[in-house]
Design a protein around this ligand. Structure first.
Ligand code: ZN
Ligand code: ZN
Length: 255
């Protein structure tokens, strides 16, 4: 899939694309998602050089349940404060970056600003996390579904878009399958406590009708943000109940 970009970059040959990009940059200077300043001489399209320092990627080692990146001298995998109360229905959790400052803006633009244009920058982030290729090799990625009402409002499912970028970028025989549905509309989790989130999301997901599961396959749930893990965990519960043995989780941001 090719993503509709904000400033219509295309798949033209490299030289033509570079010229086109240079011309576009004159007439439509790209602005940074974090500081709104111009983006020049940056490896990203929508993150300026100054704000690169506020993008914290989740390089290993990480918490095994939520993917939070630990400094090598502080591996706290048994006592991670972010997921200590989670009883996961999946075996491993990973994330791409901290959802703070630039990372937070990336997710915010994607979700609320009709921001499929940030997908090219997401590709660049994935390329900097080579351990993801092995994790996703031959796996089936399962985006956390949106309720149809939400889907109509937003026009796309951000978790599905994220899954498709992983598929496109990692070249690891990945399939993306929408095998889960949301069975009821749930209120926004943003203002809820950990326990309220758990209650709010309980029984909100089910398997789609008429799907075939490959029980020998690894299924990886794909979500935009890891906050308390309750949404992804509710989805993992459905997959587990259906008999799937290997379930993992990848979120775009943590926090
Ligand atoms: Zn900036
Ligand atoms: Zn954790």
């Amino acid at each position: 899939m090719d993503y509709p970009l904000k400033k219509s970059f295309t798949n033209k040959p490299h030289t033509a694309r570079s010229t086109l990009k240079a011309v576009q940059d004159i007439f439509f200077p790209r602005s940074c998602i974090q500081c709104s300043g111009p983006v020049e001489d940056s490896p990203y399209l929508y993150i300026c050089k100054n704000c690169l320092g506020f993008l914290i990627l989740a390089h290993p080692p990480n918490c095994k349940r939520c993917g939070y990146p630990f400094l090598a001298d502080k591996i706290l995998s048994k006592n991670c404060p972010h997921c200590a109360e989670l009883n996961p229905n999946y075996s491993r959790g990973y994330t791409l970056c901290l959802a703070k400052k630039t990372g937070r803006q990336l997710i915010h633009n994607l979700k609320y600003n009709n921001g499929l244009y940030v997908m090219k920058d997401l590709e660049s982030i994935i390329q900097q996390l080579p351990h993801l290729k092995k994790i996703c090799q031959d796996a089936i990625l399962v985006p956390v579904p949106l309720h149809p009402t939400k889907f109509r409002e937003r026009g796309f499912n951000q978790s599905q878009a994220f899954a498709q970028v992983l598929q496109k970028t990692l070249n690891a025989n990945i399939q993306v399958k929408n095998i889960l549905i949301r069975t009821r509309f749930t209120r926004s989790q943003t203002a809820l406590s950990r326990e309220q989130r758990k209650q709010n999301i309980r029984n909100a997901f089910a398997l789609s009708a008429n799907i075939k599961l490959g029980f020998e396959k690894k299924y990886i749930l794909i979500d935009d943000v890891f906050t308390t893990g309750s949404t992804a965990n509710a989805c993992a519960k459905v997959l587990k109940k259906a008999g799937i043995q290997t379930i993992e989780l990848i979120t775009l941001g943590h926090g």
